[in-house]
Design a protein around this ligand. Structure first.
Ligand code: NAP
Length: 310
């Protein structure tokens, strides 16, 4: 039986509606959550991401502003900008779009963001809050993974979860969130021995690798839930054929655009998994939805209005 498709786009829309309702409630109390996005230089991919984030703010009623220092910006100039945003009461969230130009010390800039406004959840203070289960700001994509599981009624407590990937922005926080939700968690990486065998233990398998279609059916226990965080652009016709041969819809897009988006999970996995997130339309849409959620959460945390369920 083919896997149940976990509709990330729908879940993201639900979250955005909930956030919009919360923004309305806050506005009655005279509070309008605000997000500042810092976009340095002209990276076309970053410009697209930032446009999506600003549009999402408009849709849910969050105030937003963009800061666009030139490609030549120095670390000192960016630190001064962050310092100014840290001090402003109407700014609840600060997002520094990565990557920053080479001459900039990215770590120093990210560390300068006030942890209470760190809506990306990358600051070590928020990493510490996550690992000690205190209220804080959780990285958006990992938080989105958990939302997909919970809202799809997939049990986490007591389940074997395997996360492939250990990056600070995806793998590690996903693993920590699953652990906090009482899964038994294994984290894999490029040095893991017998990766397929380890993955086959998983009731919940999360792929955050950055390698197109690497997780094939022999990595997956029949009936497992597979969450595909990967977003890879495939342009090579041979690679396309390995992944999508016989898929007329994909072939049409590939012919027209010369590329297609694929996750870290091979499409054939849908034949063995119990449930799976598609790419596109799975984890991707959750990232911006959780950014909106985090901006409102930051506004509430700042004012100590966080409800117990936070
Ligand atoms: P990353 O920083 O490059 O980390 C990749 C991880 O995968 C590393 O831990 C690496 O192991 C591991 N890995 C690489 N090759 C492997 C192999 N052959 N076997 C086992 N493990 C392997 O990537 P990332 O930033 O976490 O992103 C991962 C993927 O998620 C990418 O496709 C990215 O585009 C996507 N992503 C999507 C969203 C979204 O909104 N949907 C957001 C963020 C990222 P080592 O640590 O040993 O090198």
């Amino acid at each position: 039986m083919p896997a149940r498709i976990l509709d990330g786009a729908k879940i993201a829309n639900d979250i955005r509606s909930e956030v919009a309702a919360e923004v309305k409630t806050l506005s009655v109390a005279g509070v309008r959550p605000g997000l500042a996005v810092v976009l340095v230089g002209h990276n076309p991919a970053s410009e697209i991401y930032v446009r999506g984030k600003v549009k999402a703010c408009e849709e849910v009623g969050v105030y937003s502003e963009q800061h666009t220092p030139p490609e030549t910006a120095t670390t000192a100039e960016l630190l001064a900008l962050i310092d100014n945003l840290n001090r402003r009461d109407e700014i609840d969230g600060i997002l520094v779009q990565l990557p920053l130009p080479q001459q900039v010390d990215s770590k120093q800039v990210l560390m300068a963001v006030d942890p209470a406004k760190d809506v990306d959840g990358f600051h070590p203070v928020n990493v510490g809050f996550l690992s000690t289960q205190r209220p804080g700001l959780v990285p958006c994509t990992p938080a989105g993974v958990i939302e997909i599981l919970k809202r799809s009624n997939i049990p986490i407590a007591g389940q074997e979860a395997v996360v492939v990937g250990r990056s600070d922005i995806v793998g590690k926080p996903v693993a920590m969130l699953l652990l906090n939700a009482n899964a038994t968690v294994t984290v894999c990486h490029s040095k893991t021995r017998d990766l397929a065998e380890v993955c086959r233990r998983a009731d919940i398998l999360v792929a955050a690798i950055g390698r197109a279609g690497m997780i094939t059916r022999d990595f997956v226990k029949p009936g497992a839930t597979v969450i595909d965080v990967g977003m890879n652009k495939v342009t090579d016709p041979a690679e396309f054929a390995r992944l999508f041969s016989g898929n007329a819809r994909r072939e049409e897009t590939f012919q027209a655009k010369g590329s297609t988006l694929v996750g870290d999970v091979h499409p054939e996995v849908a034949e063995v998994a119990g449930a799976i997130t598609p790419v596109p339309g799975g984890v991707g849409p959750l990232t911006i939805a959780m950014l909106m959620f985090n901006t409102v959460k930051a506004a509430k945390l700042e004012r100590q209005w966080l409800v117990a369920s936070g």
